[in-house]
Design a protein around this ligand. Sequence first.
Ligand SMILES: Cc1cc2nc3c(=O)[nH]c(=O)nc-3n(C[C@H](O)[C@H](O)[C@H](O)COP(=O)(O)OP(=O)(O)OC[C@H]3O[C@@H](n4cnc5c(N)ncnc54)[C@H](O)[C@@H]3O)c2cc1C
Length: 377
Amino acid sequence: MTRAISHPHWGNSPWSIDFQPAPSSIPAKADFAIVGGGFSGLSAASWLRRFAPGKSVVLFESVAIGAGSSGHTGGLALAETAAGNLPGLGDVLAGFTTILSELAVDCDCQLPGAIEVGRSGGLPDSPISWSDSGLLRAVRQVPGGTIDPGKMVSGLARAAETSGAQIFENLPIKEILFENPVRLRFQGGELRARKVLLATNGMSLELSDLARRAQTKFTLAVATEPLRAAQIESLGLASQKPFYTIDFPYLWGRLLRTGGVVFGGGLVHMDDWRELMNLDIDEGESAELIARLESRVRALHPALQTVRFTNRWGGPILIANEWRPVFARHPQSQSVVVLGAYSGHGVAQSVYLGRWAAEVLCGNSSLPDWNPAEEKA
Ligand SMILES: Cc1cc2nc3c(=O)[nH]c(=O)nc-3n(C[C@H](O)[C@H](O)[C@H](O)COP(=O)(O)OP(=O)(O)OC[C@H]3O[C@@H](n4cnc5c(N)ncnc54)[C@H](O)[C@@H]3O)c2cc1C
């Protein structure tokens, strides 16, 4: 069964999910508990079962798998973090593709490279020549490509469940008691876990203690109707390479299999992540930013002047201080690891670091070198 990826008023993305967790009853205890059913949590769930086959893994998702950033993302798979390469990070894209293959996740992954575009320093043979607060041209090609986010969420969830993890949707964790074992409280009950991964990203910042390390924003995207091959060629997108700007105003985008093009940009600021719950893309700042994005797209190139938009949507991103992803022990418990805040570069990182997080929780690996010293232990 296919279902739309939805949060009440975040619009409709071109992606859909064809996985529903098998019904089962919530155990009272587990060896490993994961909070958050996005790419990070789902990847970790599979790997925990693979690294520790005799141990139980339970994943809690407050709404539905993919309901956060992962189901609303643009699906650009990039090698570097938003802060560039980091010490000890390793080869993200190689790890990402190996994981997809080992978990048999079919998500239309294509890695032809990605194009960085900018308003100065354009390459003489730039395939892209657009008008957007100046002349936008390709400045560099970097490793990367695209995936279908709905298929990736579904495939990761299927792999996790097949490997023996239990997934529970519509089950927000309301409170965590940092005892030994860790107590995860939800409406009507609690689960005790030896080790916990908090992969809640832009939400539940009071559980993950991320409020002091990152800020939740809401970002927007639109998809056009299918374009003709000649239009795609004249836009400079026939190579299937996604693109993003290295200067502001920010713009990113990619081709869809239908021939439509996704364009994204714009940030809604909020003082508290809970504002996400009342955010409606047809109202206020979100609606203004969508309208602005559509005008920008139509003005980019003559091929887009009268283009029709088929999808308008948005989703949360968690922007970390200094743009470095957070992958650290929770300050209140050595048994709890926090992973997230990829600052808009999470598609490949989340899957790759989800596996690494599973290794850390199993005691087979240590945390990376880019964390403050007190969180590495
Ligand atoms: C519009 C948009 C475009 C983007 N484009 C790109 C891109 O092209 N390339 C790229 O690399 N990155 C992009 N990103 C960012 C990328 O999507 C994220 O970094 C990535 O999906 C993060 O995955 P995650 O699993 O860490 O978090 P999420 O997918 O946000 O998962 C967290 C989950 O935790 C759940 N949750 C929260 N609190 C609780 C709780 N208390 N109990 C239980 N569950 C809870 C949420 O419901 C959610 O499902 C984009 C994001 C958006 C919104």
